[in-house]
Design a protein around this ligand. Structure first.
Ligand SMILES: [Zn+2]
Length: 335
């Protein structure tokens, strides 16, 4: 028995979404699958893997213990996207076009055998054009033979209500931080960096992207440098805002990212103070944080976090990022 391995990591879908696997194990065993499902959830939570798992349950020739084998010819063809009765539709460029849906329908009407099981999986279903969505809608209303449809989306609000109403909605829970960290480690991201990244984003691909982003890596370094000096009441921290921090954040989303890093550092200080070291984000700075907060009172640490949290609010107004950081620095330094 080979465990099915997901495309994005070495975590099996059984480990990723155990409750959903149990749910669909029952439905497939009792032959009670709905005609169409809308799988909604962040990228990386196992939507494609679960739809493939269900398809394999339907076609596997060596299914045992209510699990598809993952290695028979049927399973392998499904996993490689080459099964004639399991059709996967992906965006062609930015969108899924009406021709792709027409092609899908023609493929499915070819089958002469009544009751022949067929599955189609539409990735990024929210990217269907209006005409593609309408064409699909007719198909969902009048399916040919035994068809099971999986529409996958990261944003169910962008799916036409008429389509939603034809599908059973399955919400995928976001991955726990432990699972995210494990996935990142499997992709070669270092432990300390993975620790930090899962506090910055819930998306595996975004975390992976940031792990290779020079600007982000420099940002984490410079934010720590500034924060460390601030905690030591070093007035150089004021200068660092203009010379080191501001040049790294030209765009609003970068400013928000930097604000997040600052908040995480302030939070880390309190976590270390209250002996919850295993929860900190900047785990590579643990020893330094531990040392620098020795001379700082609990009240002061709370005041620091409070002021750091306000940076994000101030960014919503039109005050320049540099001014926000400079005034925060001045407020927190005890001269
Ligand atoms: Zn199999």
């Amino acid at each position: 028995m080979t465990e099915m391995v997901t495309e994005t990591s070495n975590i099996t879908i059984q480990e990723l979404q155990p409750a959903l696997i149990e749910h669909f194990k029952k439905l497939t065993t009792m032959n009670q699958l709905a005609h169409a499902y809308l799988f909604a959830g962040q990228e990386g939570v196992g939507k494609i893997e679960l739809s493939q798992w269900i398809a394999m349950r339907l076609f596997c020739t060596a299914d045992e213990d209510l699990k598809p084998c993952g290695v028979c010819a049927e399973c392998r063809r499904i996993l490689s996207g080459n099964h004639p009765d399991v059709v996967v539709v992906k965006p062609d460029g930015q969108s899924i076009k009406v021709d792709q849906i027409r092609f899908l329908k023609s493929e499915f009407s070819k089958s002469g055998v009544e009751g022949n099981q067929k599955v189609f999986i539409i990735e990024k279903a929210e990217s269907m054009t209006a005409s593609a969505a309408n064409s699909l809608l007719k198909f969902l209303e009048e399916p040919v033979g035994t068809v099971t449809a999986f529409l996958l989306t990261e944003n169910k609000n962008q799916i036409l209500p008429t389509i939603q109403s034809r599908c059973q909605l399955v919400n995928f829970a976001a991955l726990s931080q432990d699972k995210l960290i494990q996935s990142l480690l499997n992709k070669g991201v270092l432990k300390d960096q993975a620790n930090l990244l899962v506090h910055v984003t819930e998306s595996i691909s975004r975390a992976e992207e940031l792990s290779q982003d020079e600007n982000f890596i420099e940002m984490t370094k410079q934010v720590w440098n500034w924060f460390n000096k601030l905690l030591k009441n070093d007035t150089e921290s004021f200068i660092l805002v203009q010379t080191k921090l501001v040049p790294l954040v030209k765009e609003k989303n970068q400013q928000l990212l930097m604000a997040d890093l600052i908040i995480l550092l302030a939070r880390d200080c309190l976590l270390v103070r209250y002996n919850r070291k295993e929860q900190i984000s900047f785990s590579d700075r643990l020893a330094e944080i531990d040392k620098v907060i020795q001379l700082i009172s609990d009240e002061k640490l709370v005041e620091i976090l409070d002021n750091c949290l306000q940076i994000k609010n101030l960014l919503q107004t039109n005050i320049a990022f540099q001014s926000v950081l400079e005034s925060t620095t001045l407020k927190l330094i005890d001269l």
